[in-house]
Design a binder for this molecule. Structure first.
Ligand code: HEM
Ligand SMILES: *[C@@H]1O[C@H](CO)[C@@H](O)[C@H](O)[C@H]1NC(C)=O
Length: 559
């Protein structure tokens, strides 16, 4: 009897392996017509070269060699398509969004880390959450949190000023940008302070956890178990039983992640509890709250309370948004800010022109901060932000998986792999193919932006948008750019991110001049693109410390 079971099992496993091999062969045969580089290794394919922290040059070379759609190999020859053709992206993100989903392991991981939330859900569940959360970030609500944001920016400015006046010639702006982004989400987003923004203040455990989590999630030793073990394991037994399993597995790295998640969960509960309490409170209590109850979370709770039964989000879904919004907004905004300051330090003429615009706006208001509408429409400030977020989109690329065979249409035809004279206007994409959407690739596409697409030129935004840009119908939610994605999964924080960037940038540029420091800045291709220097040490998680040392001088106010 046992041998019969064993035989059946062996036969089953063998059949499964044969089926997988056949499937992979069929997928690769179907994509044979699409050009792409020869795979470097049968085990890892091209993944190592593409996702290396210094992999950007390789991406550039491939985009130059093959254009807006090309094929490359993943693990064990799994077929991947690299895509930045605008028409193809439009299909992926809007027209056929349901066919191109985030991978299951990713959704499951987000669910375990944050709980029910936007990055952990899909389909109808995701649509329901988005419908409730999207409108909370409207311009009208952004206007209300502007004073809170300016106050946070002033605290930052004063702390940096102290550092400069003490004679510190170079300031690490990467650390400050990450702290100020976090505090803007804390105060503007949740009415809760996460960082006092004073020099040497100890880090909030919530911050430490979120930062380390971002690094652990992309740890190569974690990626394989996450892809293959997490989805099935997450379905075994009850949450309590799974927690028991987690606690007894002798795996320190996993336990470290468990502890980070616990810290985040506790903090999220505290943040939500405070916001909820002040909802029922009288005016005095509300006024004592940071931002007087005008933060995003308070608005969300009020909207949710008034919503119909089928639109209302349960408590668990509200809680999950706190960690995930912080996670989604922190590194993206801070590295966008860091990049802008780095570019301004290298382009003194742009810096001077921007400063002049800001000073003029303040003069118009007799020395007061600009109003929301003015700040958001100052043409040169807007041009500098847009051009930076175009050329250096903080999130360089994102993954999707095709769940049924698809015909993918193209804006620009590609040459076939067999005959350069033969062109394809569409591609057959077999089920199971992994798609890498290159957001930076689309933002730098010469067919869309013209021959100078690779240059940083804020001035291009002072002219009417080009015919070729309008004609490309890029599916992005922000100025024909893919930076904040588009379609059903577009960034909900796009308006908040712009507000944060403009408030911090305008405050700093008015009070300091920025010049290059003595060290070369290296931008690493991580999940988000991040700055460091050659001699930066390593963190406890084994990652290079982030660094952006620039030379700052104070500008004394003229009266
Ligand atoms: C420069 C700053 C930012 C950039 C470049 C950016 C970019 C993006 C991108 C590319 C996505 C799609 C991710 C995916 O599909 O996997 C996304 C989603 C998201 N972003 Fe942002 N983001 C920024 C700032 C923010 C801020 C400030 C917040 C909130 C405070 C935020 C909240 C979110 C959320 C909640 C999602 C998930 C949306 C969903 O799944 O439907 N982001 N963001
Ligand atoms: C920053 O710059 C503004 C505008 O010039 C000025 O009013 C303000 O006094 C400056 N603040 C500090 C702390 O230098």
């Amino acid at each position: 009897m046992p041998s019969l079971t064993l035989q059946a099992l062996t036969a089953f496993v063998a059949a499964w392996v044969v089926y997988r091999v056949y499937l992979r062969y069929a997928q690769n045969a179907a994509l044979a017509v699409v050009p792409g580089p020869k795979s470097n290794s049968w085990l890892l394919g091209d993944l190592k070269a593409m996702f290396a922290t210094n992999g950007w040059e390789y991406h550039k070379q491939l985009m130059k060699d093959y254009g807006a759609v090309f094929k490359f190999s993943g693990l064990l020859k799994a077929p991947h398509l690299y895509v930045y053709d605008p028409k193809a992206l439009s299909q992926i993100l809007s027209k056929e969004q349901g066919v191109y989903e985030k991978t299951e392991d990713f959704l499951v991981m987000n669910g375990l880390i944050f709980g029910n939330s936007l990055p952990a859900s899909h389909g109808d569940e995701h649509r329901k959450q988005k419908k409730m959360i999207g409108p909370v970030f409207s311009p009208a609500h952004m206007r209300e949190i502007l004073p809170t944001c300016f106050r946070v920016a002033y605290t930052l400015r004063d702390s940096i000023k102290q550092q400069v006046l003490r004679g510190q010639s170079e300031v690490d702006l990467s650390a400050w940008m990450s702290r100020v982004s976090l505090e803007l989400i804390g105060q503007g987003g949740f009415g809760y302070s996460l960082d006092p923004l004073t020099e040497n203040a100890p880090e909030h455990p919530f911050t430490t956890s979120i930062k380390n989590l971002a690094r652990s999630a992309t740890d190569p030793l974690m990626v394989l178990p996450r892809m293959y073990l997490l989805p099935p394991l997450s379905k075994i037994g009850s949450p309590r039983f799974r927690r028991f399993l987690l606690d007894i597995v002798p795996w320190p790295k996993l336990h470290a992640i468990r502890d980070m998640v616990d810290v985040m969960d506790q903090t999220a509960k505290e943040i939500l509890g405070q916001a909820q309490k002040s909802l029922d409170a009288d005016d005095e209590v509300l006024k004592a709250r940071i931002g007087s109850g005008k933060d995003i979370l308070s608005i969300l709770l009020r909207t949710n309370m008034l919503a119909s039964e089928e639109e209302k989000l349960p408590q668990s879904d509200l809680l999950g948004q706190i960690g995930s919004i912080t996670f989604a907004g922190m590194d993206t905004t801070s590295n966008g800010l860091s990049r802008t300051l780095h570019l301004l330090s290298e382009h003194p003429e742009v810096q001077a022109k921007l400063r002049a615009e800001l000073q003029e706006a303040r003069k118009q208001r007799n020395g007061d901060d600009p109003e929301f509408e003015t700040l958001m429409t100052l043409p040169y400030l807007d041009a500098v932000c847009k051009e930076t977020l175009r050329l250096y989109a903080p999130v360089p690329f994102l993954l999707r998986r095709v769940c049924t065979d698809m015909i993918m249409p193209l804006h620009t035809p590609i040459q076939t792999a067999f005959d350069p004279k033969q062109q394809l206007n569409e591609i057959f994409v077999p089920e199971g193919t992994t798609i890498i959407m290159s957001l930076i690739g689309c933002n730098r596409n010469k067919d869309v932006w013209g021959e100078d697409a690779e240059e940083w030129k804020p001035e291009r935004w002072l002219e009417p948008v080009k015919e070729s840009v309008v004609g490309a119908k890029v599916p992005g939610v922000y100025s024909h750019l893919m930076t904040f994605l588009g379609g059903g999964r577009a960034c909900v924080g796009v308006k908040f991110a712009q507000l944060q960037i403009k408030v911090v940038l305008s405050t700093l540029v008015e009070n300091f001049t920025f010049a290059p420091g003595s060290k070369e800045i290296i931008w690493q291709l991580n999940g988000v693109i991040q700055p460091t220097t050659k001699d930066a040490g390593f963190t406890s998680t084994g990652h290079r410390k982030l660094q952006l040392p620039l030379k700052l001088s104070c500008i004394e106010a003229e009266d």
